[in-house]
Design a protein around this ligand. Structure first.
Ligand SMILES: [Zn+2]
Length: 127
């Protein structure tokens, strides 16, 4: 199933996307075609269309999830997540509050951060 998405909004969410964005789900590692997306462009929130990440900050982390070392200013917010017996920093869309993934302090410079994102929570727009 393909989803129609533009910077101003997205088509209906699939059950898998609903599970991630609204149920704090996690997609199976390596399952997202965005892992291998290398074209220049912008990554939008699949829930509301807000621009979240620039392709310039995407890098190959080897984690199996699309990874970025920085987010667009003000695009995402974080909360402390103590689910599953771990203390992690949860990342969600600042606009619709949809769950996107987690951020870890083991990314590359200049930020040292690794935004570990669910590909299903993102909509890529090639530039
Ligand atoms: Zn959103």
């Amino acid at each position: 199933m393909t989803q129609s998405c533009s910077p101003t909004g997205c088509g209906p969410l699939t059950p898998e996307q609903e599970h991630i964005l609204k149920g704090h789900g996690t997609e199976y590692p390596g399952s997202s075609p965005l892992n291998h997306e290398k074209r220049p462009g912008l990554y939008h929130c699949a829930g509301c269309g807000q621009t979240l990440f620039d392709s310039e900050t995407k890098y190959e982390s080897g984690s199996g999830w699309p990874s970025f070392y920085d987010a667009r200013p003000g695009a995402v917010e974080t909360t402390q997540d103590t689910r599953h017996g771990m203390v992690r920093t949860e990342v969600h869309c600042a606009s619709c509050k949809g769950h996107l993934g987690h951020v870890f302090p083991d990314g590359p410079l200049p930020t040292g951060l690794r935004y570990c994102m669910n590909g299903l929570a993102l909509a890529f727009e090639p530039s």
